[in-house]
Design a protein around this ligand. Structure first.
Ligand SMILES: [Zn+2]
Length: 261
């Protein structure tokens, strides 16, 4: 009881004394395509969530990068778009956002099904750790803002992984709401995943990034990127997946874009 009251008081304090500066906010809303179709009410709510996100999360730059207030805001606002109707509690099991100046290299051992360990090197634009930090390349975040490509958004991708990992593992199924049916989710996602894999094997381009065919958890993250940046494409290619994401995110970006265009 007391804790809850205390939490509410802190939220009100943050919103009153540490709001997102209006100029920076308006500039971001004007310049970033991903926010363009939001209503005034949605924007106001997103601004509040972003202020709370900035107070609760710890941003750090590595390799000499200094994270400016504007950079942190751009990440916070995109991260909060996913949870606009879900609440900030969905991100309460971790605190760090680590930003590299550009794409970064990771070397990791992996064990295959027969127990062979191999050392793999990859160049990444983002990465999420279960209960740990989100890691982003600023080059990629900046590109999504300045020259957005429909279906691609590194912040949406990594924070979708974060939501997926809330139940402990990234497997393409985040904890669903009580009013959702597990079976419908599984059918929609596995049908779509299998179809994308087949299309990729036959080298057919379906309109959805083939990276989604690499694993179910990547399919969920890629589908989320399309949901927020190219909702009509996702709706057209995989309508059942789109419907499940409407239920999960409690938003309908395709109808939002229709109303403004
Ligand atoms: Zn991923």
């Amino acid at each position: 009881m007391t804790m809850k009251w205390f939490a509410h008081k802190r939220i009100r304090h943050t919103l009153r004394y540490h709001p997102v500066p209006r100029d920076a906010w308006n500039r971001l809303m004007r310049e970033a395509a991903i926010f363009r179709a939001l209503s005034a009410v949605e924007r106001a709510h997103l601004r509040e969530l972003s202020a709370l996100f900035l107070r609760r999360k710890e941003f750090s730059g590595v390799r000499g990068l200094t994270v400016s207030a504007e950079m942190a805001l751009a990440v916070a606002a995109q991260a909060c778009l996913l949870i606009l109707q879900l609440g900030l509690d969905c991100y309460d099991d971790w605190v760090g956002v680590v930003i590299y100046p550009g794409a970064f290299r990771v070397v990791r051992d992996s064990t295959d099904t027969i127990g062979l360990v191999s050392r793999q090197e990859s160049i990444l634009s983002g990465e999420s750790w279960s209960r740990g930090p989100v890691i982003l390349s600023w080059d990629d975040v900046a590109r999504d803002l300045a020259a957005p490509e429909p279906g691609f958004n590194v912040v949406v991708h990594e924070f979708a992984h974060k939501l997926d990992m809330r139940d402990g593992s990234a497997n393409g199924m985040p904890p669903l709401h009580p009013d959702m049916a597990r079976q419908q989710w599984t059918e929609a996602f596995s049908d779509a995943f299998n179809r994308l894999q087949r299309q990729q094997e036959q080298q057919l381009y379906s309109g959805i990034d083939a990276y989604g065919a690499t694993a179910p958890e990547e399919f969920f993250a890629v589908a989320s990127e399309y949901f927020f940046t190219a909702p009509h494409t996702l709706h057209q290619q995989f309508p059942a997946v789109y419907e499940q994401l409407v239920l999960f995110y409690r938003q309908d970006p395709a109808s939002r874009q229709k109303m403004t265009s």
